[in-house]
Design a protein around this ligand. Sequence first.
Ligand code: SAM
Ligand code: SF4
Length: 329
Amino acid sequence: MSTLVDNFGRQINYVRLAVTDRCNLRCQYCMPANGIEIVPRKELLTYKEMYRIIRVLTELGVQKVRLTGGEPFVRKDFMSFLEMLSYNDLLHDINITTNGALIKKHINTLEKLPKVKNINLSIDSLQADKFAKITRRDVFNEVMDTFYALEKSSLQLKLNVVIQSGINTDEITDFVALTKHKNIAVRFIEEMPFNGNGLRATNENWSFQKILTTIKNDYEIQEITPEKSSTSRNYKINGHIGSVGIIPAFTRTICNDCNRIRITSTGTLKNCLFDDGVFNLRDFIRKGASNNDLKNLFLQLVKQKPENGFVAEANRKQHVSESMSTIGG
Ligand code: SAM
Ligand code: SF4
């Protein structure tokens, strides 16, 4: 079987797929207050097209998919798509990243889908007023209810916390404290400039190192040997059942063994979060490409994967300013 290997010998076995560019929240670091210009519905990949793209990728060795957005649960019939995707016998893991505001009623069904093992829930503040300020929406109670329900469920739970200078940096310790009695992984993410031109001015750069130093001020931590291609460096704290991680998303020290590609909701393949899109798969499919055509295309496209996120950014035609909601994070 041909598999996806880039010019640096990196094996691609993971795809992140944004199932929509729509979202019910307006997080300050992700988009401007009035949202982003969403694309007409017909420009979004259909579920059938997504299924087909993932099927072809799994025939090339991809085993894991993360469904993201926008907010995946905003897209109509998303739960049916999950069931449909579960029929792909070559796929091992279907993970989901969500803001949690719409999913509580689906948790029982999610637990029954054997390939859905892990949910990443984004929560940037444990304080209702601050949460509302960050997300520009009043959904704190719904999201916290989802958090507690997921924690009790059989699904593995990771919390994504984007560290925002002067906004939630005072809560790092509170988030770490959650791991004492909860078997969850709290992961702090460096903020990136993918804010749809929300033009955010930050006072300080909260890099991986600064976040780590802040945690170390309050806790004695031991680094855990990372899983291959993990995006986070992870730590255990004595007496805590959960773990803590930091994702150097902006300082990009994790590119060496990158194993992923991304597909946006309009079908653009991205070899790197920081590139500006390599090829539109939707148009290729709608012009009648066969699965074999798609396979050959993927095998060629991954050869263009840049060595790291800095090279990808340097090769862009325009500066980074698009919303993460269009890329999928
Ligand atoms: N709506 C879902 C959510 O918020 O979890 C999924 C899509 S969201 C784009 C995926 C992840 O990207 C979230 O954890 C979000 O916090 C993160 N994210 C969005 N904009 C970001 C930025 N500018 N810098 C760092 N992380 C960002
Ligand atoms: Fe929506 Fe997620 Fe972006 Fe927040 S981070 S606006 S929840 S897509």
